[in-house]
Design a protein around this ligand. Structure first.
Ligand SMILES: Cc1cc2nc3c(=O)[nH]c(=O)nc-3n(C[C@H](O)[C@H](O)[C@H](O)COP(=O)(O)OP(=O)(O)OC[C@H]3O[C@@H](n4cnc5c(N)ncnc54)[C@H](O)[C@@H]3O)c2cc1C
Length: 480
C-alpha cells in the first residue's frame, strides 16, 4: 500500500509483513541486581534493536498513538525516521512538540497513552514507543548535546514563572524562544520540581534534569531558587516589580495526611519527605532536611499509586527485608502504572489488598512497632467512580512494622492562592484556570500542571505549560 503525508516522502508500507516482525524486548536489569543500587532499572536499546522495533510500526493513517499522547508527538513520523536510521531526525521530530523526550520516554505510563492506543497491541506487543523515544533523545544528547533552538528578537516583555516543575519549565522554554525575558522562582534549592524532588533516580536519572536546566540557562532563562512566592515576595509584588505576566506552575506537593492515633510516632514518614531524603543528593536539600531516612527491617507503605510504588522500591533499595504495600481497594482499582507494579513485585514487594490502617502502636521510645489494620470490602462507587472501600467489622489485625510510609495523595499548597487577591480556587485548593489557555480569574496570571488538574503526569504538565505559553504570548501582544 502506498502512503503519503506526515512529512514523509511517498513510501510503500507492507503492513502484513511488518506485523510479522518480532518485537524487540526492552532491556531491563535483573531484579536481584537492580535492588542493590539506585541506578536506572530500564536500559537502552542498541541502534540495531531500535531500527528493528521501529520497523514494526505499520504507520497506520489513524495514528491513534499521536492522539493518545498528551503532547500529540508525531510518533509515526518518528518511527519512520528511526526505521531509516535517522535518529537525530527522529529526536528533532519529538522536540517539535515536546521539551522532554528523554524524560517522557522514561516516565510516561505509555501503556495507557501511546502504546495503549497502538493497533499492534490488540493482537500482540505494541511497538515499544517509550523505549524508542528515549533511545533517540539519548542518542542526540550523547552525540550533539541538547541543541539550542533559534530565539526570536527580544520583545522587552518580562514574565515570572512560579515553580520549576515540568509545567513551569515548558512555559519558560517556550516564552524565551518567543523573545520574552523569563525569570523562574522556585522554593527548593534547585530547579526541576518533582522531576528532581520526587521521581526516584532508578526511574529517572537526576543528571537528565540537571542537563535540561543547564540548557535552559544557556537559552537565557534565569532561575531564582530558595524563593517561595507568597512568603515575603507575593504575586502582586512581582507585578509591582515590573513583570508583565505571571505563570503559576506550583504543582500539588502537600502530602494528604492520615488521621489515626499514633500517626506521629517515630518511624512514620510522609511519602515526599521519605523520597526526597532517600533519593536526592543532600547537598540539594535545605539544611534542616539533610538527615538520612532510617529504614527498619519491616516496612509498610500505605497507598496504591505511583508514589507508593516509588516508596516501596526505595525501601527495598535501602535494605528493608519485608516490604508490604497496604491498599484499601483491590489491584483492579489501583491508580498507578501497571508496569511499575510488576517491577515492584519482581523486586520482592508484597501486596495486602482491601486493608487500611486504623492506628499505630509504639514502643517505650515512641517508635512505631505495630500497625493495627482493618479489612475492607468493596461497596458502591464513590465520586471517583471506583467502588468505595467499606470496613468489615471485627476484622482488625496487627501487623509488625519498623517503618511506615504514608503515600495517600497530594494537595496544592494554598500559599499562593491565599496571598493573591482575586485568584479563584475550587476543590481542595486547585486553581481555577481555562483548560485551553491556563488563564485564571486574575488578568495576567496563568496557571497549569498539577495545581490545576490535581496530581497527574509529567507529559500533561508539559502540555498545559506549552498551551499556557502560547496564551501568555498572545496576552503580552495586547499590552500597551
Ligand atoms: C513520587 C512521584 C513519582 C511520580 N512518578 C511519575 C512518573 O513516573 N511519570 C509521570 O508522568 N509522572 C509522575 N509523577 C507525577 C509528576 O511528577 C507530576 O505530575 C508533575 O511533576 C507535575 O508537574 P508540575 O510542573 O505541575 O508540578 P511539580 O513538578 O510539582 O513542580 C512544582 C514546583 O513548584 C514549586 N513551588 C510550589 N509552590 C511554590 C511557591 N509558592 N513559590 C515557588 N515555588 C513553588 C515546587 O517546589 C515545585 O518545584 C510522580 C509524582 C510523584 C510525587
Amino acid at each position: 500500500m502506498r502512503e503519503k503525508g506526515r512529512g514523509m516522502e511517498t513510501l510503500t508500507v507492507d503492513r502484513k509483513a511488518k506485523m510479522k516482525l518480532p518485537h524487540q524486548p526492552v532491556p531491563i536489569r535483573p531484579a536481584a541486581e537492580r535492588i542493590r543500587d539506585f541506578e536506572e532499572v530500564v536500559l537502552s536499546y542498541t541502534a540495531e534493536q531500535a531500527i528493528a522495533e521501529a520497523n514494526r510500526c505499520i504507520l497506520c493513517p489513524e495514528a491513534k498513538c499521536r492522539e493518545a499522547c498528551p503532547l500529540h508527538n508525531d510518533i509515526p513520523g518518528a518511527m519512520w525516521l528511526i526505521s531509516q536510521g535517522d535518529f537525530i531526525g527522529a529526536a528533532n521530530k519529538y522536540r517539535e512538540t515536546s521539551i522532554f523526550p528523554e524524560i517522557c520516554g522514561r516516565v510516561c505510563p505509555q501503556e495507557r497513552l501511546c502504546e495503549g492506543a497502538c493497533v499492534l497491541g490488540k493482537r500482540g506487543e505494541p511497538v515499544a514507543l517509550g523505549a524508542l523515544e528515549r533511545f533517540v533523545a539519548d542518542y542526540q544528547r550523547q552525540t550533539q548535546g541538547l541543541p539550542l533552538p533559534p530565539v526570536a528578537p527580544a520583545t522587552g516583555n518580562l514574565v515570572a514563572v512560579v515553580g520549576s516543575g515540568p509545567a513551569g519549565l515548558a512555559v519558560a522554554e517556550e516564552l524565551t524562544k518567543r523573545g520574552h525575558e523569563v525569570v523562574v522562582y522556585e522554593a527548593w534549592p534547585e530547579p526541576g520540581g518533582l522531576l528532581l524532588y520526587g521521581i526516584p533516580s532508578f526511574k529517572l536519572p537526576k543528571r537528565l534534569v540537571h542537563e535540561k536546566i543547564a540548557y535552559l540557562k544557556r537559552l537565557g532563562v534565569r532561575f531564582m531558587t530558595n524563593t517561595r512566592i507568597g512568603q515575603g515576595l507575593t504575586v502582586d509584588d512581582l507585578f509591582s516589580a515590573g513583570f508583565d505576566a505571571v505563570f503559576l506552575g506550583t504543582g500539588a506537593n502537600v502530602d494528604a495526611k492520615l488521621k489515626a492515633p499514633g500517626v506521629d510516632l517515630k518511624g512514620i514518614y510522609q511519602a515526599s519527605d521519605f523520597l526526597v531524603r532517600a533519593n536526592v543528593d543532600h547537598s540539594l536539600l535545605p539544611e534542616a532536611m539533610r538527615r538520612p531516612v532510617e529504614v527498619g527491617g519491616r516496612v509498610a507503605v500505605v497507598g496504591g499509586g505511583d508514589t507508593a510504588m516509588d516508596c516501596l522500591r526505595t525501601a527495598i533499595r535501602l535494605g528493608a527485608k519485608e516490604v508490604t504495600c497496604v491498599y484499601r481497594r483491590t489491584e483492579a482499582e489501583m491508580p498507578g502504572c501497571h508496569k511499575e507494579r510488576v517491577r515492584a513485585i519482581e523486586e520482592g514487594v508484597h501486596f495486602e489488598y482491601l486493608v487500611a490502617p486504623v492506628r499505630f502502636i509504639g514502643d517505650a521510645a515512641g517508635h512505631v512497632r505495630q500497625m493495627e489494620c482493618q479489612r475492607m470490602q468493596l461497596g458502591e462507587p464513590d465520586k471517583s467512580g471506583r467502588p468505595r472501600p467499606v470496613p468489615i467489622e471485627g476484622s482488625n489485625f496487627l501487623m509488625d512494622v519498623d517503618t511506615v510510609i504514608l503515600a495517600l495523595g497530594y494537595w496544592p499548597d494554598p500559599l499562593v492562592s491565599e496571598t493573591t487577591p482575586g485568584l479563584e480556587v475550587h476543590d481542595w485548593g486547585l486553581i481555577t484556570a481555562d483548560a485551553e489557555t491556563g488563564a485564571t480569574s486574575r488578568p495576567g496570571v496563568f496557571a497549569g500542571g498539577d495545581n490545576v488538574t490535581g496530581p497527574d503526569l509529567v507529559s500533561t504538565a508539559v502540555a498545559a505549560g506549552l498551551r499556557a505559553a502560547r496564551a501568555v504570548d498572545q496576552y503580552l501582544k495586547t499590552l500597551p
